[in-house]
Design a protein around this ligand. Structure first.
Ligand SMILES: *[C@@H]1O[C@H](CO)[C@@H](O)[C@H](O)[C@H]1NC(C)=O
Length: 520
């Protein structure tokens, strides 16, 4: 009897939720972020269904994976993220409009993927909450409508207008830049105008995609909702119905913007408490490096092998003349490497940064890399290539723990200059140690926060108490344009009124005048 009661109590207090995590974008860093959710939610004893292009190689009784890997073929990653083409300006990845168009196309093919449709059309499937990554499209919000449960946005970027507008007012462009802008406030007059222009342009371009977006929404989710005997709610109501945004951001890497109550900054949640041991080969190299190790990685999207030959050689020569040891993550072998330069095709980045001999990180400046540099307190040299990398590096240089070098044929020389400066001037190291303290000094760990907020949303059935009233106030009301219209109309109305009264009065006088004339 007692045992039965205890068992019941345990079951009641450790209720497991059924959660769906949708991270279908086949970029490595996005998969790392998705994996973080899966790992933490499984550890918290929940049932997790993970929709991913790269199924995890783990067997867990509470994990089910939905494989959408075939969509990866639709991406021309090597064509797009190609250093040679970027340097020669053959591709322009700064065009956000293009990004929204491409991502709409990608999202459509993901949503219509047979495995996704199978999940949606299976009426036996139920979930307590859905976590969806925001990737230049609001369409994944539709999952929540099919499963009739609350949903949470996962954001891989620092807070930016196009995602915040889904849970609050559009932030003011006078001081809140979009994630593709590398301008930091305070702005000059012209910069402020430029920010306004940028956001207006983005909004206009997204408005042009609206019709197509709504038809994707209806095609992807309509049949599944109908099969569950419900009516598909309007897209506009669903996409603004997110319970939370969990952002891989933190004030230590970003700016102290005021954020809505349901934006939670949980930067670094995916970094495990215990980092994996370094492979013996790398460990040996690092242990022996008397003058410190410089770790060089341009991330996973753009492959280093697409670097022009001349640039590769000049980089190797420049590294060869340094007294530090260089570990370069590179996808191909180079011959004639100097003794102090080591090429690794795969690198456990966190474990390398955590090694006490690591003195510098040369990176493309993706948010995960900047976050990890901060986590382990290693100063950086950024060579930004696309997306938010320019902004991340700009912020890092403003905060004084980074230097920026452009990617072009002069990179090796400029890089040498930057390496000398950053290693010989102690201020970079001091700054990153200070910011690393800010980053780590939180009341609870970001991993615990992630689990807490996901559970909170389920427990409170969508955390309606955290939603901003600004969502339901139309733009013209926020700007008091209606009041402005009234004020502008006032003189006009007044004029008309005076004219009317004048005419009336004159009319009466004239009549009177005529009458008196007749009487004379
Ligand atoms: C919005 O979310 C709440 C809480 O999850 C839910 O009750 C409601 O049905 C949702 N509305 C729409 C239109 O999806």
């Amino acid at each position: 009897m007692l045992r039965a009661i205890i068992l019941c109590l345990i079951l009641v207090t450790c209720s497991a939720y059924r959660l769906l995590a949708v991270f279908p974008f086949p970029g490595k860093s996005h998969m790392i972020l998705g994996e973080g959710y899966v790992r933490l939610l499984l550890e918290a004893n929940h049932d997790v269904t993970y929709l991913t292009p790269a199924p995890l190689k783990i067997d867990h009784p509470k994990l089910r994976q939905i494989d959408v890997s075939s969509t990866e073929k639709g991406f021309d990653f090597d064509g797009l993220f190609n250093f040679k083409k970027l340097i020669n300006k053959e591709v322009d990845l700064s065009d956000t409009n293009h990004k929204y168009i491409v991502m709409q196309y990608v999202t459509e093919s993901l949503l219509m993927h047979p495995n996704v449709q199978k999940l949606l059309l299976d009426t036996d499937q139920t979930f307590d909450a859905v976590i969806v990554e925001w990737m230049y499209s609001d369409l994944y919000s539709g999952f929540s409508t099919v499963f009739n449960c609350p949903f949470i946005w996962s954001s891989s970027l620092e807070p930016h207008p196009m995602i915040l507008r889904l849970i609050d007012s559009l932030p003011n462009p006078a001081y809140f830049p979009d994630h593709t802008s590398s301008l930091e406030p305070p702005y000059t007059f012209l910069e402020r105008v430029e920010q306004l222009w940028n956001i207006a342009k983005t909004l206009y371009n997204r408005w042009r995609l609206k019709e197509k977006e709504e038809s994707i929404y209806e095609n992807a989710f309509g049949p599944a909702v109908k099969k569950r005997n419900r009516v598909l709610p309007p897209y506009n109501e669903v996409k603004y119905n997110g319970s939370l945004i969990l952002g891989n951001s933190h004030v230590s890497t970003g700016v102290a913007f005021s954020l809505p109550q349901n934006y939670k900054a949980i930067s670094g949640y995916y970094i495990p408490k215990k980092i994996p041991q370094l492979p013996d080969k790398i460990k040996n190299i690092m242990d022996k490096a008397k003058n410190g190790v410089i770790y060089f990685s341009m991330g996973t999207m753009a492959k280093s092998k697409t670097l022009p030959e001349e640039l590769k050689r000049n980089l190797v020569d420049m590294f060869g003349n340094l007294k530090q040891t260089v570990i370069w993550k590179f996808e191909e072998d180079l011959d004639g490497l100097p003794n102090n330069v080591h090429i690794v095709s795969w690198a456990p980045q966190q474990s390398i940064l955590a090694h006490p001999n690591c003195v510098l990180f040369i990176t493309h400046g993706g948010l995960l890399s900047t976050t990890e540099a901060l986590h382990y307190g290693v100063p950086i040299i950024g060579i930004p290539v696309f997306a938010d990398q320019f902004l991340n590096i700009k912020r890092a240089t403003t905060k004084g723990f980074a230097l920026e070098v452009d990617i072009n044929y002069e990179t090796p020389g400029n890089l040498k200059f930057a390496i000398d400066e950053i290693l010989n001037n102690p201020k970079y190291r001091e700054n990153i140690k200070q910011l690393s303290l800010v980053y780590h000094d939180r009341p609870v760990s970001p991993a615990a926060e992630l689990v807490h907020w996901v559970e909170h949303v389920v427990k409170t059935k969508g955390a309606l108490h955290l939603r901003s009233p600004a969502l339901h106030v139309p733009f013209y009301q926020k700007l008091y344009l209606d009041l402005l219209a009234v004020i502008l109309m006032m003189p006009l109305v007044l004029c008309k009124l005076l004219k009317y009264m004048k005419n009336k009065l004159f009319g009466v006088l004239k009549k009177k005048g005529k009458k008196t004339k007749k009487n004379q």
